[in-house]
Design a protein around this ligand. Structure first.
Ligand SMILES: *Cc1c(COP(=O)(O)O)cnc(C)c1O
Length: 376
């Protein structure tokens, strides 16, 4: 028994599950509509995670066995794994050291006859320069898929990040701003792709279970299975949570941005004393939701990152290592085709500061004091 769920609540939840109001019910449809409207795109398809969303987005982009997909190594490993799931080869490109994102300059040398897609990540919520990547990819028939896992509430050229992508994938994992426990969303521009992805998320069924059950009594609808699909469904329970979360997103982003600017002011002594120290900031082409508020330690910083994380933990501050690099993990070791110096520098020397919309000023002061103290 989950401690916070009493026996009666658990039984009521189980009853709701059995009576069929969960899988792909009316709340999933409402959440999809609300998310599409929020983003300013025609279609949104709710799924079980962003990893599932990336998987479906790559299928939607026509990526398959033998194709190459250019991805940043500096990302959560799911970005590269999604390419592997569809039988393609992830090809790692380096990132802009200021934003942590792919650029046309880092991607261009890696394009080959086999490149079918580029997955552009809005790393830690910092919007990628999508137009620059599309100017490179579109004329070659290469689809840019936006991994906007972290970017709900970020903006690109004055619009919500993800709006301009052919296909974009969002995460509602608890680490992200907008959460449904587990969950994700694919957004796309055309109805045929949205309809196909809706079928693929539910085993390739031609008519969803929800629609079959909604058919009037006596009208038997027989579904067919026209291609191999997956169980990537979101449930109505998650969508109900997502609808409420979506309404709170602007306030969450505003609070996080205010707290991040407060970090910048309080950490000014450190940021000015050490050349090369940097706190992530808005890029010229947009705004970040500060999903990850990362601090890059400069060369010559008095404490190494591991020691610093240890000292912070001892002071009751739970900071985290910076963004991982997939090419340094076992499944992708030795596969990088070009050196990735900016990726390696960022992954080894950055840390993520505690930041969430419930963080109080006194708690933030405690983080800053611990950080400045540890730096001597
Ligand atoms: C969190 C994250 C994912 C995975 O999201 P899930 O919803 O946990 O599957 C993928 N890509 C990036 C960049 C992420 O930050």
């Amino acid at each position: 028994m989950i401690p916070w769920l009493g026996e009666e609540e658990a039984e009521a939840a189980a009853e709701a599950v059995r009576s069929g109001w969960v899988a792909q019910g009316p709340r999933v449809a409402a959440f999809e509509r609300a998310f599409a409207d929020h983003l300013g795109v025609p279609h949104a398809v709710a799924v079980s995670s962003c990893t599932a969303a990336l998987h479906l987005a790559l299928i939607g982009a026509g990526v398959g066995p033998g194709d190459e997909v250019v991805v940043p190594s500096l990302s959560f490993i799911a970005t590269a794994n999604a390419a592997t799931y569809v039988g393609a080869v992830p090809v790692f490109a380096d990132v802009d050291p200021a934003t942590g994102n792919l650029t046309a300059e880092t991607v261009a040398p890696l394009l080959t006859d086999r490149t079918r897609a580029v997955v552009a990540v809005d790393q830690g919520g910092v919007p990628v320069d999508l137009d620059a990547l599309r100017a490179l990819a579109d004329p070659r028939g290469i689809t840019v898929v936006e991994d906007a896992a972290c970017a709900a509430g970020s903006t690109y050229r004055g619009a919500p990040a993800g709006q301009g992508a052919t296909l974009a994938a969002f995460s509602f994992h608890p680490r992200k701003l907008l959460t449904t426990g587990e969950g994700g969303m694919v957004t796309c521009q055309d109805a045929a792709t949205a309809a196909r992805l809706r079928r693929l998320r539910e085993h390739g069924m031609s008519v969803s279970a929800a629609d079959r059950h909604a058919a009037t009594a006596g009208a038997t609808v027989l579904e067919t299975y026209d291609e191999i699909g997956f169980n990537h469904r979101m449930t109505d329970i998650q969508a109900a949570v997502g609808l409420v979360q979506l309404g709170k997103l602007p306030a969450m982003v505003e609070r996080r941005r205010a707290l991040a600017e407060r970090y910048r002011a309080l950490l000014a002594p450190l940021l000015t004393a050490y050349q090369g120290a940097r706190l992530v900031a808005d890029p010229p082409h947009g705004t970040t939701n500060y999903q990850s508020c990362w601090l890059l330690l400069p060369d010559g910083f008095p404490v190494g990152r591991a020691d610093l994380l240890g000292k912070l933990a001892a002071a009751g501050v739970s900071a985290r290592r910076g963004i991982m690099a997939a090419h340094l993990e076992a499944p992708y070791a030795g596969t990088a085709r070009v050196p990735l110096p900016a990726t390696e520098h960022l992954t080894r020397n950055s840390l993520v500061l505690p930041l969430h919309h419930f963080l109080t000023e006194p708690q933030q002061d405690q983080v800053v004091a611990a950080l400045l103290g540890a730096a001597g």
